[in-house]
Every structure is written in structure tokens, then in C-alpha cells.
Design a protein around this ligand. Structure first.
Ligand SMILES: [Zn+2]
Ligand SMILES: [Zn+2]
Length: 258
């Protein structure tokens, strides 16, 4: 599986894009501002979008991609849909608060109600599904709104993306004994803002350390969703803790093969 990091920042600023990962050119995991760096052809090749939760930094790209590629995905009267996979609560939030003909046109009924550019497909925690030949598992997350993470089974082991989450014992129970190729785990705040991390159900370095104690030592860990301007504090605090493992921040534009 090829992974391309389009965005891995907790918010926007110059050179910072919000969460978006492209798997094998046709499966997008979260639709943050990183998708804006794709060419129109690359964007038009996306057949599936997995969404971890309803927060704006993860969903705004769905609305804009639909607008950008609708024409390209039509041949004659036929429109090739993009399938959006998310928890039912997330899909309902998108229907009510984004595709409501106020914030954005209802692309679940355009260009025609019976053949829309966006199809919304509910998923549930623990579900396994195959999208574009990728075996995917929906993983638990603990955030301020219903949320999930995703795992993808690859020849090198599981690629795991936690989504936005605070302390998440259910995830570590689920992953016990599995071979993990890479764990992408959020660390949104530095420890200076640990109280804010706790109330918003994110992680800070000391909270991350407690999470990683529940994981085998050799697992490759990369962090994502660090807020712009907090990167030096987060990496400094992680280094100072001497966790005995290498933890690197993901970078926009990085590619991996698993
Ligand atoms: Zn969130
Ligand atoms: Zn987020």
C-alpha cells in the first residue's frame, strides 16, 4: 500500500494543512485542507473517502472535492459517485450542517438525486470492509463527538490511524498481539496545554507516553495533528521524557510504502 501524507497538522498556517492521507491514489482518509494540494486529475481519481469524525478540519474537503470533480466524473448522463464512509452520527452531521443548501449545496443529490456525486455509507466500530482492494477495519476512538480511527491490513502489517482521540484503552485492547507497520497517533497539544487537551479529548506528550505504555516497544510511532506553532514544544517534551523509542512527527508530502 502506498501512503501519501497530504495534511497532518492540527490547523492551518503557511505550510500547514489539516488531516488528509491518500492510500493507493483512490482512497482518502479524512478530507482536511491537505486535499487542496492534489491536482484536479488526482482528486478526480478518489473513489472513497473515510471520515474519522465530523469536525471541520477533517470534513471540509469533502464539500470542495465534490464541487471540483463532479464534472470530471461524469460521462454523458452517468456520474461516478465518490463514496463517503463514516459513522452514522458523522453522516447525519454532514447532512444537517454542511450539505443543507445553506453552508453548501446538497451534493448528495447533485447532479441528479438518483445519481449523485456523493454517496454516504454508514460504518460502525469493529466493522471490516474492503475498499479498492484494501482491507480496512474501523477502530474505536474517544473524542468529543462520535469518532473512529482506521486500520489497514498491508503486507508489512497494520497501518493504524487513531483519528482525533484522548486516552483510548479500547484501541490498545483491539490491537493487542497484532503486527503494526506504523501507528499514526495524534498529539494535538504540548504539555503546556494539557488541560485543554484533556477537555477537548486530544493528547499531549505526557498523555501520549501513557498511551504508548500499552503498546509493544518496537512499534513504529509517528505523531500527527500537532497544532501549528506547538511542534517545537511537543518534540522537545517528547525527547525530554526519554521514552526509549523514536517518535517522529509526520510531515506533509511524506510518502510511505507498506
Ligand atoms: Zn476533532
Ligand atoms: Zn482534528
Amino acid at each position: 500500500m502506498n501512503l501519501r501524507v497530504l495534511g497532518c497538522s492540527g490547523s492551518i498556517a503557511q505550510d500547514c494543512r489539516t488531516t488528509s492521507f491518500l492510500l493507493n491514489d483512490s482512497v482518502l482518509v479524512d478530507a482536511g485542507t491537505g486535499v487542496g494540494d492534489l491536482t484536479l486529475d488526482e482528486m478526480a481519481a478518489i473513489d472513497h473517502i473515510l471520515i474519522s469524525h465530523s469536525h471541520l478540519d477533517h470534513v471540509l474537503g469533502i464539500a470542495l472535492i465534490a464541487d471540483s470533480v463532479m464534472h470530471r466524473r461524469m460521462s454523458g448522463d452517468e456520474c461516478r459517485p465518490i463514496r463517503v464512509h463514516a459513522l452514522p452520527e458523522t453522516l447525519e452531521a454532514l447532512r444537517r450542517h454542511v450539505f443543507n443548501n445553506v453552508i453548501w449545496p446538497d451534493f448528495t443529490r447533485l447532479p441528479r438525486p438518483q445519481q449523485p456525486i456523493l454517496e454516504l455509507h454508514p460504518i460502525e466500530i469493529g466493522q471490516r470492509l474492503t475498499l479498492a482492494d484494501l482491507p480496512i477495519e474501523v477502530l474505536p476512538a474517544a473524542h468529543t463527538v462520535p469518532a473512529c480511527g482506521f486500520g489497514v491490513a498491508t503486507p508489512s502489517g497494520w497501518w493504524i490511524y487513531t483519528g482525533d482521540t484522548g486516552p483510548n484503552p479500547a484501541l490498545w485492547r483491539t490491537l493487542r498481539g497484532r503486527r503494526i507497520a506504523q501507528l499514526v497517533i495524534e498529539t494535538a497539544f504540548s504539555d503546556d496545554e494539557r488541560a485543554l487537551a484533556e477537555v477537548s479529548k486530544h493528547l499531549s506528550p505526557s498523555m501520549l507516553a501513557a498511551e504508548l505504555e500499552q503498546l509493544e516497544e518496537h512499534t513504529r510511532v509517528v505523531i500527527t495533528h500537532v497544532k501549528p506553532g506547538e511542534m517545537a514544544a511537543v518534540t522537545g517534551q517528547l525527547a525530554a521524557m526519554g521514552l526509549g523509542r523514536t517518535i517522529t512527527p509526520l510531515a506533509r508530502g511524506e510518502t510511505f510504502r507498506f
